[in-house]
Design a protein around this ligand. Structure first.
Ligand SMILES: C[S@@+](CC[C@H](N)C(=O)[O-])C[C@H]1O[C@@H](n2cnc3c(N)ncnc32)[C@H](O)[C@@H]1O
Length: 442
């Protein structure tokens, strides 16, 4: 196969699976099984197209004669990938066009190869006009679906533009030191000795950002369980939960165990941590992660909204890291822009409230429940918590005092509450929402 064509063929198959067949990027990459030699290139092309594809679709719509949505997923993927190569990837123009035309023949679009060639060449001639057209709206300029732009403008009018821009950036690789096995300073020194530059994160004392991301699977500190990969925003859950020795803790949506691991590392002497998840496959990863870190928890597979599952049990702390739209982590999962629909939001909010309502009665009086999402949408965050308060008058919002433990990480005003949001584009971290709720003693 000509140079670079096999990676383009794999990339087209992955992109088509996400934008045309609704597969997640993770599943589509697994199914495409690119060769080892192509893997990094396929990742980079696919992430790029999913990040900038909403802008490029507007260009492509102006280039094709039939309606964009009526084209096959493969043809749409070919054009988006070709435009991405010409506009963003630094591929020399002749190679950008030739690899895509060659790939067209190999993904069953041989009849369209001429049309793809003509569209990409026309883009080269009319680039400025076509980009002006795409950039007429904020959704086009920032390459997001219109409904999401409108939701951010409604929910975060002052921050929407930097939030949208941040979602297109390459995320940093952030490590979490396993403080049971060594300090964050010792980890930084070990990494520096190997030539890695790291930065601390104010408000997340166990976090270290690597200036240049690496594959941690080859890092001795990772292999030996002295660190994990976790964004600094997710590392705020443990200080906000504020568990102490002697407590029983429920991590109700635990897989793959990122926060369970952090909790156990940071809080020696807990009586028990129950790590629950509904997904058997994902729950297996909790055990894998804890074994690597040298930690133990009681792992349960089940539905946390089933009241009979933990009947009669009491917990001093409960963490609900709820399933959500994932809009706070789009920079890490750009397929969210393509897969999420506005119609998903009500079902998510219903599930989030059901988790809160089922688990609240298990909280000991005086105990604390931390509700977390990696969503930026108020419909999954403060609206859920407001609905929860209407149902449970024995709940008190203690987020404001609890959030002293994470310094200036949150960027929301009290009027945005209850709860706090960490907004991407403000602190360089993923988007997250946290609400700390305590149960009255009387
Ligand atoms: C945001 S992820 C959790 C991430 C995890 N806390 C971590 O830090 O690694 C949400 C998890 O909730 C689980 N989940 C969804 N609905 C659930 C339910 N009804 N009961 C228990 N787990 C559920 C999903 O399988 C998923 O693993």
């Amino acid at each position: 196969m000509t140079d670079g064509v096999s990676s383009r063929v794999s990339a087209v198959r992955v992109i088509a699976a996400v934008i045309g067949k609704g597969q997640t990027l993770e599943a589509a990459l697994l199914a495409a099984r690119p060769s080892l030699a192509d893997r990094a290139m396929v990742q980079s092309l696919v992430f790029g197209v999913l990040r900038f594809g909403h802008r490029l679709s507007r260009v492509a719509t102006a280039l094709v004669s039939r309606s964009w949505d009526s084209q096959t997923p493969e043809l749409r993927a070919l054009l988006l990938l070709g435009l991405y190569q010409l506009e963003y990837s630094g591929t020399p123009p002749h190679a950008a066009v030739n690899t895509i035309v060659a790939a067209a023949r190999l993904v069953g679009e041989q009849k369209a190869a001429g049309m793809v060639n003509a569209c990409l060449r026309r883009y080269q001639r009319e680039r400025a006009r076509l980009l002006d057209l795409a950039d007429e709206t904020l959704a086009g300029r920032t390459s997001h679906p219109i409904w999401l732009v409108e939701a951010y403008q409604r929910d975060w009018p002052a921050y929407a533009v930097p939030m949208l821009a941040a979602a297109n950036e390459h995320p940093p690789l952030t490590l979490r030191a396993n403080v049971r096995k060594g300090s964050v300073e010792a980890l930084a020194a070990e990494l520096a000795a190997d030539g890695h530059v790291t930065m601390r994160v104010p408000g997340a004392p166990d976090a270290l950002i690597l200036e240049t991301p690496i594959d941690v699977r080859g890092l001795p500190a990772f292999i030996e369980g002295r660190c994990s990969v976790q964004d600094a925003a997710a590392q705020c859950a443990v200080p906000l939960l504020a568990a102490r020795a002697g407590m029983r803790v429920l991590d109700a949506c635990a897989a793959p165990g990122g926060k369970t691991g952090h909790l156990l590392e940071a809080t020696p002497g807990l009586t028990e941590v129950v790590a629950l998840d509904i997904d058997q496959g994902r729950a297996g990863r909790i055990q894998e992660n804890l074994t690597r870190l040298g930690l133990e928890a009681t792992i349960l597979i089940g539905d946390a909204t089933d009241p009979s599952l933990l009947l009669g049990q009491r917990f001093d702390r409960i963490l609900i890291d709820a399933p959500c739209s994932g809009t706070g982590v789009i920079r890490r999962h750009p397929d969210i822009k393509w897969l999420r629909r506005p119609g998903d939001l009500q079902a998510l909010a219903d599930r989030q409230l059901a988790l809160l309502a089922t688990l609240w009665p298990l909280l000991a009086p005086g105990g604390r429940l931390l509700y977390a999402t990696c969503s930026l949408l108020k419909s999954e965050n403060r609206q859920v918590i407001r609905a929860f308060f209407r149902q449970f008058p024995d709940a008190i919002d203690v987020t404001e005092s609890a959030s002293l433990a994470i310094g200036d990480m949150a960027h929301t005003e009290p009027a945005d509450g209850p709860g706090i949001a960490l907004l991407p584009g403000m602190a360089g971290v993923d988007g997250f929402y946290y609400a700390c709720l305590e149960r009255r003693c009387d």
